[in-house]
Design a protein around this ligand. Structure first.
Ligand code: WTA
Length: 653
């Protein structure tokens, strides 16, 4: 079989390529010269960007690199919270809105200016100081998507303490592991949050977790839902008791450029999550620069909605630090997309005049599945740019995002990056770079990427291989908390001296970059390598398919066999004819080798709380194994339902 990537991508790039829009280009923040400027001297490029930050002591050194350890702007000092808040207030922008907060319950909204956010962060910093938090500490934050979560993050940053935000959907055990691993002594939480119309419990999980974490001495609790909570005397404090009475002023100290800013836990190939460390100046430089250039930010007029959770890196970089460094106005929405109706998102877009919308393909596909009538019922003329992040976006979802949501008017930026990279690494630049549906196109200026083979040799145009980063960049993780050896082994040893992303990628004939997904999702069928993402691309190309997840299930004859799980768009029925049609389509688009051995039509796919499809668990289902650890799933019952379905449906090959 010829390279399976070629056919599908040639087909797509042939028919669909969008030149940069002249209208957009006319007012874009950057032009094509930015690539040459950055390539000529990447360090100078980043140093120029870093000078947009406010420094207490200006830096004189840029990069110091002793693989795998980098320092950026190492002799400078600054304060992250000052860069997000004080400097905007001092520049007369205190009345500008930092966040339009939209709670999940209808009508529960708050508008928070930079001045108000500054004052609240100062109060929280004073309160944390009273509780004994000092520079160099770690503080756990386990909160719903409410403004106090951001206040808590910035208060930690203000004190030089690293925060470790733990996604509110995690269980007590996961929380305990993360609190212990980073040795957090203070936890900031809420009684609960609103999700899917009900009040979830958070404090109750903290209580359970802390039974395993004896070193935590203080817990600060925001009252969000009003549910009853257990209050442990001497340990637990209400936010409104300890924060509200504080002075709204706090003089921030400057910290070294490499002061730890946060730890964010993410899954690796082993069961133990990795605490990814980010530090201050390089990270802020990376996220503020990418936020301004990739989203073409006009801070005075844009309303940015990064529809992600602050419990994940996308929230850290593009709800909190990037937008705040740039003095932008953001929407912060607490709930699920269909709380209060399947048009909830579009009501928010209309009401706040959202101009830049950034979300994950999985959400785009869900919205697509619900039907066009929901977005169509609302005015979306404010939108001017759409972004995608987190997984490969299939061309059909991309086209729907462009044509239906963006009314064919908004450039789409498909941004590839990771928790470890801190900020966006590959993306088109709106108004500058052409776009292709499903392609991340090229490295961001100042970032050097390559696609290499097992030996670390560049594959060149039209070749597929491993995605690597050739040179250190400002936002790169400074390590795995407490585990330098794992850091070296995971990221810097596969291709010595270069950062190994763990993603497969391909450069097409034009040299444009396509991300094929995690290399652990690559299947091997009869000795042929097949990307799960690629088969999924084919399946979702069919008019009936909303979402598809493909796994390689072990097979006696072929090594692995392709097993597909699909959900259908409304109006289509799951029958044998349709399944045959889908198998034929894959066979036609990629080749007979890729034809799924089984296709199971299911009402839903198992997803993590951050919206990623759990292919690993689907592989267990496909191989009739007992279901493994399902605690990271949003709804574990979906998986059992699929498992039952798999066992009760006869094989269709
Ligand atoms: C995947 C999210 C294709 C990739 C910011 C990466 C993508 C992992 C894209 C990181 C994209 C992210 N196209 N795949 N535009 N963006 N990914 O750490 O596999 O939650 O390695 O960071 O998501 O996920 P993480």
């Amino acid at each position: 079989m010829a390279d399976v990537h070629d056919e599908i991508e040639a087909r797509l790039s042939e028919v669909r390529q969008f030149a940069p829009s002249p209208e957009f280009a006319a007012s874009a923040n950057v032009d094509v010269s930015i690539y040459d400027i950055a390539t000529a001297d990447p360090e100078a490029f980043w140093a120029t960007q870093a000078r947009n930050l406010t420094w207490a002591t200006p830096f004189t050194t840029t990069l110091e690199w002793t693989p795998p350890n980098a320092t950026w702007f190492g002799d400078g000092t600054l304060n992250a919270s000052v860069n997000c808040l004080d400097r905007h207030v001092a520049n007369g922008r205190g009345d500008k809105v930092a966040y339009h907060f939209v709670g999940e319950p209808e009508g529960d909204t708050r508008t928070i200016t930079y001045q108000a956010l500054f004052n609240e962060v100062c109060r929280a910093a004073n309160a944390l100081t009273e509780l004994g938090v000092v520079a160099g500490d770690r503080v756990a934050i386990y909160m719903p998507m409410i403004p106090e979560a951001i206040v808590a993050m910035l208060a930690c940053a203000r004190l030089g303490a690293a925060h470790s935000v733990i996604f509110g959907g995690f269980t007590a055990d996961a929380l305990a592991h993360r609190i212990t691993d980073a040795d957090c002594r203070v936890v900031i939480t809420a009684d609960g949050g609103f999700r899917r119309g009900t009040a979830s419990g958070l404090k109750v999980n903290v209580d359970a977790a802390l039974a395993q974490c004896p070193d935590v001495h203080s817990v600060v609790v925001v009252r969000r839902t009003g549910q009853d909570v257990n209050v442990v005397d001497g340990r637990d404090h209400w936010w409104h008791d300890v924060v509200a009475p504080q002075s709204p002023h706090h003089v921030a100290q400057a910290f070294p450029a490499e002061q730890p800013l946060y730890v964010m836990y993410t899954s690796g190939t082993t069961a133990k999550p990795k605490g990814i460390l980010h530090t201050t100046a390089g990270y802020l430089t990376h996220v503020s620069t990418t936020h301004a250039m990739v989203f073409d930010l006009k801070a005075d007029t844009d309303v940015v909605w990064t529809a992600a959770d602050i419990g994940w890196v996308t929230g850290h970089s593009y709800i909190v630090y990037g937008p705040l460094c740039n003095g932008a106005t953001s929407v912060l929405y607490e709930g699920v997309p269909d709380a209060g109706g399947k048009d909830r998102w579009w009501r928010i877009v209309e009401e706040y005049g959202v101009t830049i919308l950034y979300t994950a393909p999985t959400t785009i596909r869900t919205l697509m599945k619900w039907g066009d009538e929901f977005p169509m019922a609302h005015d979306r003329s404010s939108l001017r740019l759409l972004g995608s992040v987190g997984e490969p976006i299939n061309p059909e979802a991309w086209m729907w995002y462009r044509d239906v949501i963006g009314e064919g008017r908004c450039p789409i930026v498909d941004t590839w990056w990771q928790t470890e990279t801190g900020g966006i690494m590959a993306t088109p630049l709106p108004g500058v770079t052409a776009t292709k549906p499903g392609a991340a196109m090229r490295a961001f200026p100042g970032i050097s990427l390559d696609v290499v083979d097992h030996e670390g040799t560049s594959v060149g145009n039209s070749g597929g291989g491993f995605l690597v980063v050739n040179k250190p960049w400002p936002g790169m993780t400074r390590g795995i908390w407490g585990d330098p050896q794992r850091f070296q082994e995971t990221y810097w040893s596969q291709v010595p001296g270069r950062y190994f992303a763990g993603d497969g990628a391909k450069l097409d004939d034009d040299g444009d970059l396509w991300i094929l997904g995690r290399i652990d999702d690559v299947m091997n069928v009869s000795g042929h390598r097949l990307s799960t993402a690629e088969v999924e691309h084919c399946l979702v190309a069919h008019a009936s398919v909303a979402e598809a997840a493909v796994v390689g299930a072990s097979d006696e004859t072929t090594g692995q066999a392709v097993v597909a799980f699909v959900t259908l768009r409304s109006g289509f029925d799951a029958d044998d004819a349709l399944v045959d049609e889908l198998r034929a389509l894959v066979s036609k688009m990629i080749g007979p080798i890729a034809k799924p051995k089984r296709i199971l039509v299911t009402p839903e796919l198992p997803k993590t709380r951050s919206g990623k499809i759990m292919r690993r668990l689907l592989r267990d289902v496909a191989e009739h194994r007992s279901l493994g650890d399902t605690t990271t799933l949003l709804d574990p019952s979906v998986l059992s339902m699929i498992d039952d379905l798999m066992r009760s449906t006869p094989s269709d090959d």
